[in-house]
Design a binder for this molecule. Structure first.
Ligand SMILES: Nc1ncnc2c1ncn2[C@@H]1O[C@H](COP(=O)(O)OP(=O)(O)O)[C@@H](O)[C@H]1O
Ligand SMILES: [Mg+2]
Length: 264
């Protein structure tokens, strides 16, 4: 078998303006290596989709970008600033890092006692944005994700698809330079999945930089500039969607894709 490749190696025109750059990143939990020498770059306005089996390290990789997890080795750079290096956090302003890097989770993580609009306002209030401006922006963002008519509903009154769209509005509220999506449609039914993917497609068309983990391979094929296959904590293969998904170079990628059967 040939050596695994990295995105940095296969990018034909390296993004000079990378919003996220990860170099030689390793991470262990309880002495078990879950990320092993990972290199990854997300250029401004680019969409990188991470695929791979459960337990492969995808979520941990995403969480290393905003330092919800601290890598043991390697370098993480966000928006031109090294935030973690050699096992040490060098970012002096974690709150600012988390505004630069928005995150959307599989299970929404909205505050259950707040309405949709309050959820979007709260994130901004914490960042010191004046109340009136925060409210106006929240309403505009709820409109943008097609859920403004549900602004006064609480999460339990919303469908999964509506909750996830509110979560996307909340992530957008702090004007992030990159959005991370960790399996945003995995807990949704097919119709809600379509709604959320449609919002993500619009963000992509607007030039939003995104790093996403998804099992929606047709969506990854359609919107991603790069697809990265992660397995056992390593990047096994990375490249253009049509190469990785339709003509993979590695046996392991082929096996993974075959496990999707006709679904992809
Ligand atoms: N906080 C943690 N403590 C211990 N083990 C963890 C922790 N987070 C993740 N892991 C383990 O790391 C491995 C990779 O997990 P994860 O990044 O969630 O993979 P994926 O998102 O690809 O399913 C798994 O074996 C998981 O059990
Ligand atoms: Mg995961």
């Amino acid at each position: 078998m040939t050596e695994p490749v990295t995105t940095t190696e296969i990018t034909t025109s390296p993004a000079t303006d990378a919003v996220v750059r990860i170099d030689g990143l390793s991470k262990s939990f309880d002495g078990r290596l879950v990320l092993d020498d990972v290199h990854l770059e997300v250029g401004r306005g680019r969409i990188v989709s991470v695929i791979g089996q459960s337990g492969g390290g995808k979520t941990t990789l995403m969480r290393c970008v905003n330092l919800l997890e601290r890598p043991d080795k390697g370098m993480v750079e966000v928006a031109g600033e090294v935030v973690h290096q050699g096992g040490r956090t060098v970012c002096r302003d974690l709150a600012r890092l988390r505004r630069t890097v928005g995150m959307v989770f599989q299970r929404f993580h909205l505050f259950p006692h707040l309405t949709a609009v309050e959820n979007v306002v709260l994130a901004q209030r914490k960042a010191g944005i004046p109340e009136q401006e925060a409210l106006e922006r929240a309403v505009a963002l709820l409109r943008r994700v097609n859920v403004a008519h549900r602004a006064l509903a609480q999460p339990e009154q919303l469908s999964g698809g509506e909750q996830q769209r509110v979560a996307i509005a909340r992530a957008l509220a702090l004007k992030p330079e990159v959005l991370l999506f960790d399996e945003p449609t995995s807990s949704l039914d097919p119709e809600a999945t379509r709604e959320v993917l449609s919002v993500m497609r619009e963000l992509a068309a607007d030039g939003m930089t995104m790093l996403l983990v998804t099992h929606e391979l047709p969506f990854a094929r359609e919107v991603a500039d790069h697809v990265v296959f992660v397995d056992g904590g390593r990047i096994v293969e990375a490249g253009r969607p049509e190469d990785v998904l339709d003509n993979p170079a590695q046996d392991r990628t082929r096996e993974f894709l075959a496990s999707y059967g006709t679904a992809s």
